[in-house]
Structures are given as structure tokens and as C-alpha cells.
Write a protein that binds this ligand. Sequence first.
Ligand code: SF4
Length: 515
Amino acid sequence: YTRQRILCCAAAGCQASGSLEIKRRLETVLTATGKLAEVDVIPVGCMGLCGHGPLLRIEPSGEMFEHVTPADAEDLVAALDGGPCTVPRCDRNAPFFTRQLPIVLRHCGRINPERIEDYIAVGGYRTLYHVIHEMTPAEVINVITRSGLRGRGGAGYPTGLKWATVAKSPGERKFVICNADEGDPGAFMDRSVLESDPHLVLEGMAIAAYAVGAEQGFIYVRGEYPLAIDRLQKAIVQARRLGLLGAQIFESGFNFRIDIRVGAGAFVCGEETALIASIEGRRGQPRPRPPYPAESGLWGMPTLINNVETFANITAIIENGPEWFANIGTEKSKGTKIFALTGKIRNTGLIEVPMGITLREIVEEIGGGTPDGSPVKAVQTGGPSGGCIPASLFDTPVDYESLAAVGSIMGSGGMVVMDEHTNMVDVARFYMEFCKEESCGKCIPCRVGTVQLFNMLTKVRNGQAKGSDLVKIEELCELMRETSLCGLGQSAPNPVLSTLHYFRHEYEQLIGAEG
Ligand code: SF4
């Protein structure tokens, strides 16, 4: 690019704050001043600092503006020529930007997600070409295995191992599924990636399909993400037109078609066997495993299921090599992780950080602490399956094993920050209510247990519980963990157990209030 560009965030968050109106107003002012022929106004994906939106960046200067309004258009156009501008600027040297390591998010906020040309201009589909023409499927799997990439959907299963299992499983047909049924409260990582860089995910899926021998893929995306669905649809059509998806990709013998399936909002459909049932047109309920989908998945065929962020890591690993990726992060948790920072935090938004960074660095440095400067009390990771980690453990490194050791999980990347005003019994009760509503009802421990736990927590909250009720709560949590059929019921007790462990005094105070 030699022209000046105004990059206008057009992801869902900034759109909701009026960014498209700002873009229109900028074009009007540029037209009136005769500058529209010299300046491009480009809608781009998420710039990360969502809570300060609408966001806008001027290139090539790199100046970034926050809380922009349509009335700022004249000032911003004046700023293109170095004129005075009173619009608040983002500090690009702030830890929010300098402490991140964007790999998956490297194009977000920089390209127009609705133009395949923009993706190709930054090297898009080059890796797929290279893979198809210069690598065998086994070599691709070998690279992913050596990189140490683990599934970013939450469980952290080794990606290369999963790919290898699907590749060697016999089947008339094989499938690749992208799990975009992001449902954790406070999580918007997958939505942001799909809204900002849909081709990156499609390319990762196509490489996976080549590696495992699949010709059909599905993206299962939740219906609450209309913008992501719209951009995915456009991206698939554009890629098909250019021969980058569909039959004879790059005029090779490799065929791969991707279709979208829109979920109806059931949280349990993020569980892989329920997701498969939903795509097959059946009620979205989990089934016992084994067999695992890698051996017997969609319509009984070997099926690779990875989440959005996992597929979005693939091109960078192949471009830069597995050693490059394996050198980022910790011994067992390689690469980076995207988190959605929400709750009582100054810099609400989307971040990508190297594994091994501490919770303190994320919450206090990148996140900027609480908006009013009061102490942070806890952070909740992993959504309804995760746990609450107290501030005293904020030096815990963010990796799969360390988070599990303190009673939480990595999860898919939701990170909800709580301050001193947050009552932890309320937090546990909120997540249990969520699980109660989302339980599919197939197995009794979860169907009944979530209701009972919610009622008991309500009793505690209302000051009607006795000390022995805490023991009953813990016993029921253990029972659900051990006997529920799927991860939803098995992990639903986690927020209760972690708050009981670290904040038991808050439960006891409420019981004490009753006398
Ligand atoms: Fe359904 Fe809950 Fe049982 Fe999972 S654990 S199968 S969500 S009832």
C-alpha cells in the first residue's frame, strides 16, 4: 500500500458502538474535502481493545484512536495531514499492545475480512499451495505433532495425535469439523477470529483435510454469531470461485468442500458428540465415548474436530516450522493462547499471549487492573467448566497443567475478572444456573444435580443454609463429577468447588448471618 488508509473496526463490538456510521461519515468528509481519491477507508476486524471502541487506526502512521464518534470525522481527516486532532489516542506503547504476541490474531484489525484479495495480499493460501504441492499428508501431520500444538477448545488434546488417529482410521469417507459453537459466558475469541480473519480458519481446515484424507468439512457455528456466519459464507464463496476450496484445489487432485451448519444455541452442542448429532439432524445430546469421533464420528466415519483457534494456528506453524512454534510457551503448553478479558477490568478485549505468562501479567499489566483501581479479587477461567482463582495465586503461569493444579482449567479462553465487590457465592450460583439451563437432561446426575446444587446455593445466598449443607454441596459435586455422562455435568461443579476452596469464608458468613 502506498496510499493512506483509515482502518475502521467493523467487528461486532465496534459495530454495536456505531463504527459503520463513523466509516460513512469519514467517507462523506473525505468526499467533501476532495481526499477520497487519495485515502482508503477500510472496514477491518477486531483491534483487540474492545472496551475502548469504536477503534480506528491510520496507516502507515499507525496512530490509533479510541472512543471515536461520527462527530470526530472532520478532526480525523485533518489528522491525516498532521492537523490538530482532539480524538483520544490509544497508547501503542502500553502493555496491552507490547505484551502480546499475535500469531492467530496477526491479521486481525489489519485486513478487510470480506475481501479474499486482502487475505491473499498478506500471504493467504500460500501455505495450502505449499502443502498440497510439496508435502505428503504424513509430513504435514509430523510438523503439527512436532510443534506441540494442543487443542484450543479447552481439553488441550495433542492436535498432531488427533490428526494422526483420523488419518489412520479406516473409513469410506472422512470429515473435518470446525467447532465454532463458542458458548462460555464472557468468551468471544472464536467469534472475533471468524469475524476478523475467516480465510485463516478455512485454510487451516483445508490443510487438515489434506492431512487426514477428508473431502468434506463443516463449520458448526452458533446462531448468535450472525456477523461471523455472514463473513464465513462470503469467504467460502470467494475461495470456491478462485479454486481454493472445492474440486481440484490449485488444479491438484485434492478436493475439499466446506459447508456451514448453524447451531440453535444449545451450550451442550459444543461437546463433540452432541455437535455431531446436531449436524446429523438429530437432537444435540452427547453419547458415551469411546468410540471417539476420530475413529467413528459423523455418520460413523472418522472425523477430525478442532476448534477455531486450533485451525487458525496451522498456517503459521507450517510457514515458520514446528521448532519456531515449540519455542514459544512452556514445556508442555506450546505457542500462544487467545483470551477474552471481561468483567471488572479496565481493558476489556481480546488478547493473544504466549503460554506461560502469569495471570498477574494478564490481569494487572495487559488488562490494566480494575476500572476504579480497587484490588482484583479473583479471575475465573474456563467458563462454567472452570474455576475461580484468587489474587493470591496470580503468579500462576497460564498453561494447561498449572491452571488445573489450582483448580481451574485453561478452557477455550474466557477470563472474567472480579473485584472486591463480587460475592463468590453469587458467582458459583450464576454458573450453576447456567449449567442447569443448559443441561441436556440425558443423564440423571447432571439433570437433577445441577438443579439441586442451584437450589442449595440459593439457600446459602438467602441465609437459609446450615453448616452441614456445605458438606452436602461438596458431596453432590463429587457425585456429579464422577457419574455424569459428558464434560458439562462432570465439570459443572468446578466453579462451586473452587469458590468453596478459596472463598469458603464467604459461604460461612452467609450461613452465620442466619445464626
Ligand atoms: Fe446431558 Fe448433562 Fe448428562 Fe452431559 S452430563 S449428557 S449435558 S445431562
